[in-house]
Design a protein around this ligand. Structure first.
Ligand code: R5P
Length: 288
């Protein structure tokens, strides 16, 4: 029986996963020292237990809490220690784009594998990061959970806003028994991206735009506007990770009919849970 140590960034997902796995949830005390530094203490005995430390690392404080909890769990000498990170922050910097930059996702993968026996992330931005770990590192895909949310929405087309997300769009489209397309993105300069629509008739169609993450919302808003201008009836937008920087969720809602993200990051738009996908991946890992 697993015991889950929850980071404060993933409390709802912890409850959902715990009930599906029939797992216990560890008690954690958190406070701040007078100078602002974080203090955590796991109050439940973890010795010889199969432990999951669950939390997203979206903000820097989430990352610090996560690493502190992971070390606290490790020091208790559990039987197994499984790092489950639904949203793996810093994964966009998985390579050096310019001299002098760090490989950020490598820094945090190395820090995690110091203590964990295995790592699991949900739809990490780029699978290059998996190679930075010598321990098993699983990337959980949640295509079916996203597709299932849309099964009664009469979707006509599933569209990825770039070619990198086409596999996701195809898989969701297959589940919904419709066609998938992607938008060709061309970078004009550092601030301008041109979007070329696929050759489809969008008039009076319900269209689902799916992406791995929404940050500023610029990508999905631009795609939605083009599709609306070409006569689409309803625009549904879904992403795995709702980062929603710069109040982007409100801006997106002005342009679309429905916005849904998963609970890898817990937001007001987290209408899709990834707990089943994580449970299935954990069970598969045990069987291997
Ligand atoms: C890009 O590679 C990603 O798949 C997303 O399209 C991108 O991160 C979304 O960012 P934003 O919401 O800021 O346009």
């Amino acid at each position: 029986m697993y015991i889950i140590v929850p980071s404060s960034s993933s409390m709802k997902l912890t409850s959902s996963l715990a009930s599906k796995l029939n797992a216990e949830i560890a008690n954690v005390t958190r406070k701040r020292f007078p100078d602002g530094e974080m203090y955590v203490r796991i109050e439940t005995d973890l010795k010889d237990r199969d432990v999951i430390v669950l939390g997203n690392t979206s903000h820097d404080s989430d990352l610090i809490e996560y690493l502190l909890l992971l070390n606290a769990a490790y020091e208790e000498k559990p039987a197994t220690l499984n790092a489950v990170i639904p949203y793996f922050g810093y994964a966009r910097q998985h390579m050096r784009y310019n001299p002098g930059e760090p490989v950020s996702s490598k820094v945090f993968t190395k820090a995690i594998e110091n203590f964990a026996d295995s790592i699991m992330a949900v739809e990490i931005h780029d699978e290059e990061t998996l190679k930075f770990s010598a321990k098993p590192f699983t990337n959980v895909k949640v295509y079916d959970s996203i597709a299932d949310y849309h099964k009664n929405h009469d979707i006509d087309y599933v569209i990825s806003p770039d070619d990198g997300g086409y596999e996701r769009a195809k898989s969701i489209a297959k589940y919904l028994k419709v066609d998938a397309y992607y938008i060709e993105k061309k970078r004009i300069d550092s601030r301008t991206v041109e979007m070329k629509m696929p050759d489809i008739d969008s008039r009076n169609r319900n269209i689902l735009i799916v992406d791995d993450m929404i940050s500023t919302g610029g990508t999905v808003i631009k795609a939605s506007r083009i599709l609306k201008d070409s006569g689409a009836k309803k625009i549904y937008v879904s992403a795995v990770h709702g980062v929603f920087s710069l109040n982007s969720a409100a801006n997106i809602m002005e342009n679309v009919d429905d916005l849904s993200v998963s609970d890898t990051i817990e937001t007001g738009y987290s209408r899709i849970t990834v707990s089943n996908d994580i449970k299935n991946a954990l069970e598969k890992k045990i069987k291997v």
